[in-house]
Every structure is written in structure tokens, then in C-alpha cells.
Design a protein around this ligand. Sequence first.
Ligand SMILES: Cc1cc2nc3c(=O)[nH]c(=O)nc-3n(C[C@H](O)[C@H](O)[C@H](O)COP(=O)(O)OP(=O)(O)OC[C@H]3O[C@@H](n4cnc5c(N)ncnc54)[C@H](O)[C@@H]3O)c2cc1C
Length: 395
Amino acid sequence: MSVQVLTLGGERQTLSDETVEEIREIFRGTVLTSDDVGYDEARIIQNAMLDRRPGLIVRCTGAADVVDAVKLATDRDLLVAVRGGGHSIAGTCTTDDGLMIDLSAMRGVWVDPDRRRARVAGGATWGDVDRETQLHGLAVPGGVVSTTGVAGLTLGGGIGWLHRKYGLACDALRAAEVVTARGDIVRCSASEREDLFWALRGGGGNFGVVVSFEFEAYPLGQVVWNGLVVYPADAAAEVLPRWRDWASNVPDEVTSRAMFWSLPAMPAFPPSVHNRDVFITAALYAGDPDEGRLACRELAELGRPLADMSRAVPYRTAQSALDPLFPKGELQSYWKSVYLDQFDEEAAAFVVRVGQNRPDPKTLVHAPLLGNASDWCLIASVRRPWLVPACGRCR
Ligand SMILES: Cc1cc2nc3c(=O)[nH]c(=O)nc-3n(C[C@H](O)[C@H](O)[C@H](O)COP(=O)(O)OP(=O)(O)OC[C@H]3O[C@@H](n4cnc5c(N)ncnc54)[C@H](O)[C@@H]3O)c2cc1C
């Protein structure tokens, strides 16, 4: 069957059976139309609210496939979306009827422990990076969910559990290999195509398709101290300002965040917190776990906790602990966030008010404290996952 693919001008271009076959011949990766097995699996992204159906999906296996996919798009003037880990809540990695250039099969990670460098393919996830770097007692600052894509997170900045010690993911970027809109493959770094390199470090997608990233990797043992103390949500008016004051004065090794949430009745959580509205204070110590235990002990002294789940854990366990709470393609999500230069009393009272009035148990109000190696102060973000079909409040 022929397929129709949307052009930049908004018209539908028909690709005959023969043309689709010719396109398939070009690529080493899979070319999928809506009639193909695997199409639905390939089009699903993290946010279930964005149930889009690309006209054509090219699942690339390497830089040559990406170059040919970009050329296919430019030759035919096709509307394009580039997909890495698929975690964009806004759904910018997918398109209705356009061409999806899908890098999610390109997940290689190569570590040079002597130079402390990690080269990461454009569709890898942070779980892929952590697995390979930790083999050498190294880590690249990434995110807090292991299934998030390296590409989108790095291109957008990237905060995680190491940012107060080592900065954002984009701060650790040393070079990138990029396919431009002309289909050229170029390298950029602090000394080559500096403008492009500057743009990639926080400017988001759209400056080209990054086929590989080269990161500086930092020393981090395989076991870290993970502070995790749960308070009742209605104690937050007292606990949150104390957490803020504590977290603002800890050593650089401590990255801390606070969250209003409702924890499900999962075996990973003690019954005292099951299905309750809670205020969570969490921290990760980027260094010796015994030092971390001492540095984070006050987390449990900010009020009367419901549970103290702090412990030494493998870094990779800490990095994937939240994964089960973010299943792919199941939560209909709407997120918004704001940077605050100062986390003063007014801002603290606002975060408490929003946190204590969440519209749904799955709504997460999240306040990661930045500072030190990461330049800013606080991001207060509200993540609203909805399990019901898209509702008016989300729009
Ligand atoms: C469950 C979850 C947890 C998250 N946790 C964190 C966190 O801890 N810290 C944080 O900073 N952010 C976090 N985020 C936000 C996340 O970093 C962004 O949504 C990011 O854009 C996702 O990147 P991706 O590659 O997975 O997504 P995608 O949706 O695939 O891509 C995101 C954007 O980047 C573009 N893009 C993707 N790959 C490439 C490429 N190779 N070259 C050029 N452009 C490309 C896409 O076109 C799209 O515009 C989280 C998101 C989710 C859903």
C-alpha cells in the first residue's frame, strides 16, 4: 500500500509501494509504515497524551542512516521529528503524518577510562551510560530516571543527582558529531564550530541530529549514599524551609531535592507511606558513602518522619529507583516548571500551597535545589500525570 507523508508546506505527499521499497533498500535500519509489524511499538513515546502516528518511521542503525534520512526529508520537503529516548513531555520527538527519524536503536556507549571520556550514541539512555561508565568507577551527570534519553536531556541542559558537584549534563559535553540539515556530518567542540557547540549545550533540539556525544566522565564509586526521608505532606510548612536551609549549606557532593507526591503501595516502600500524601526529602552524596551518611543525617531530623529509607546503594540502583513510577506510554502527562533565583519565604509558602493541593495522587510537585557547579537556585516543577483521557484542565 502507498503511504502519505506530510510535507513542510502542510500537503500530503504520496509515496507509492515502489518508492517505499526503494527507500527500504537504502537503509540498514528498519523503515516502518502503519501497515508494518513494529510500527505501533516504534511510535509510542513516554507521554500517553501524544498518541501520534507518523507517516513513515526510519529506525536508524548508524550515522549513515541518519544522513540518508535527513536527505530523504530535504529532497522531498518532508516534515521531520527526531526521536532519541522519547521522553519529551511536549512530544517534540514525534509527528502526525510526518517522517520520524528514530535513533532509539543507536545505544552504544564507549568509555576511555584513561582520558575519562565517554562517547555515547545519539539514541542511548542514561541507563546505558551508567552501566558502561560505572564499570570504570566513573559517571556522567545525567537525569534521575534511567530510561530518559541522553540526547534530549543533554541538549536541554540536564539536571540529575550529580549537578551540584559536577554541573549539568550539558556542562560535561566536550564534543558532538552532528548531521546538519544539509545532510553533512560535522564535529563540534569548544574549538571546532564553536557556535554549534554552544547551541547544543542547552539550546534543545533542532540544530541538527546528534549522532554521538562525547562527555567528560567523573570519578564516582559504585556505591553511594542515598538519603530518602518521607514526611507527612501536612508537615511541609515546617519541614520544607528547614530542608531548604539545610540543603543550601551542605558540601558540593550533596545534591538534594524535595517532592510532594503520593507513594503507591509497592513493596519498595514501607506500609507507613503507602497511598499517603507525602513530602519527600531526598539527597545523593557524590563521594564516599560513609561521608554521605554523615553529610545527610539531618535529612531525618527536619520533623517527625513517616519513614527513613536512607541507605548506601549501588549508584545504578539509585539512578533507576524511580523508573517503575514512570511507565512508558501509560501516563497522560502535562508538566510545567519555573526557575527561581531565590528560594525565599514567599516561594517556599507557594510551593507548600501547591504541593498540599495537588489535584491527583499521581501529580508530582518537585523542587530540585541547584547551585554550586550548577548555576541556578531552584526549579519548582509540577508534573501532572493523568490516567484519564485528556481532560480540559491539561490544556
Ligand atoms: C520520566 C522522565 C524523567 C525525566 N527526568 C529528568 C531529569 O532527571 N533531569 C532532566 O533534566 N530532565 C528530565 N526529564 C526531561 C527530559 O530531559 C526531556 O524531556 C528530554 O527532552 C528527553 O530526552 P529524550 O531524548 O528522552 O526525548 P525525545 O523526546 O526523544 O527528544 C527530546 C527532544 O530532543 C530532540 N532530539 C532527540 N534526540 C536527538 C538527537 N539525537 N539529536 C538532536 N535532537 C534530538 C527531539 O527532537 C526532541 O525535540 C525527564 C523526562 C521524563 C519523561
